[in-house]
Design a protein around this ligand. Structure first.
Ligand code: NAP
Length: 303
């Protein structure tokens, strides 16, 4: 059974290359005929790992192809997920499964709405990759991927494909708690790095601000039925800040590169969930307003 990877960006390429070199059948789904022509001209994906570049010839098709799909890895950004799934939903074979790699929360529900009755598995990854050219991906940070299904705790048979491909992973019976925890960590760190124009480690200069956000994020998680994800949040935020002190956050990098951020699926999702549950979260709302102003001043969308 072949894997289809929709989105040959950073993470999609990283998955596709590792599956392919382990002999697992995999093909890429590209945005349109133009992107397909560009890929075919290059002829392969390049993976740069520990300074060493390797080429991988992986079959690719445009999103308008009509071949059936049995296992789909959705590897686009959260804000592209709903639109991308609409383009391929009719191609999903009976019993097909979809793995959602998107960071944050909200895009998973948008996809589920469009795929009633289909098994959709959610992933949360700490791996790091970026594109340093067209069809080139740099594996920048070893990490781990948790995979789970809020609707069904039984693990899928294809986890053995990931084992064989050396994609570090764990089956997570409570993937929503993991996604909420990661969202909270992101809300406490990423927007502040954008607003203060700093690396993660420099947030030690803004202890009070970080602590205030952690307190509200704890209220948010508890109020949204995620008490486990709220445990020791502040300690974990400082642990992440120290462990990634030299790094620029993904949101910082997006803004610095003039790219759209995934804010609607991170801080935006947190603020909306707080309103829905009638929670008082003044610091998070103020942070969102400051971030909106910052994005607006740079001509970047607020969503
Ligand atoms: P990315 O490098 O921007 O790649 C996204 C890819 O999706 C691009 O190749 C884009 O195509 C493609 N795409 C978008 N809409 C499409 C469509 N309709 N049809 C076909 N392809 C489409 O993004 P990423 O960094 O891999 O991130 C993907 C998700 O993983 C995000 O939610 C991110 O937060 C999460 N994540 C990323 C990392 C990381 O280190 N990169 C780590 C953890 C989590 P084009 O190339 O044509 O634009």
């Amino acid at each position: 059974m072949s894997w289809h990877v929709l989105g040959a960006g950073s993470l999609g390429s990283l998955w596709a290359v590792r599956l392919s070199r382990a002999g697992v059948p995999v093909q890429l789904i590209l945005r349109d005929e133009q992107r397909l022509a560009s890929y075919r001209q290059t002829g392969a994906l390049t993976l740069v790992e520990q300074g060493h570049a390797s080429q991988h010839v992986i079959p690719a098709h445009s999103i308008d192809d009509d071949a059936p799909i049995e296992r789909l890895l959705l590897a686009c950004k959260a804000y592209d997920a709903a639109n991308a799934i609409e383009r391929v939903a009719h191609r999903l074979a009976p019993g097909a499964e979809v793995i959602l790699l998107q960071n944050g929360l909200g895009s998973q529900d948008e996809v589920l709405e469009r795929l009633p009755g289909r098994r959709c598995l959610f992933a949360s990854s700490t791996e790091g990759a970026f594109r340093d050219g067209d069809w080139r991906v740099v594996f920048a940070g070893q990490g781990h991927t948790w995979i789970g299904d809020p609707a069904d705790v039984s693990p899928p048979s294809w986890l053995s494909n990931l084992q064989r491909s050396r994609i570090p992973h764990t089956w997570s019976p409570d993937i929503l708690a993991r996604l909420w925890r990661k969202l909270a960590l992101n809300c406490a760190i990423n927007p502040l790095t954008v607003l203060h124009g700093c690396r993660n480690g420099e947030l030690t200069g803004y202890r009070q601000e970080v602590a205030g956000l952690c307190a509200e994020l704890t209220v948010l998680l508890q109020g949204c039925g995620q008490a486990d994800a709220a445990e020791n949040l502040q300690d974990d935020v400082w642990r992440v800040i120290e462990a990634t002190a030299a790094n620029y956050s993904s949101m910082y990098q997006d803004v610095a590169g003039g790219r759209r951020t995934e804010v609607s699926y991170l801080l935006g999702y947190a603020c909306t969930a707080g309103e829905r549950n009638e929670l008082s979260l003044p610091r998070l709302h103020a942070l969102q307003q400051r971030l909106f102003a910052h994005l607006g001043a740079r001509g970047l969308p607020r969503h």
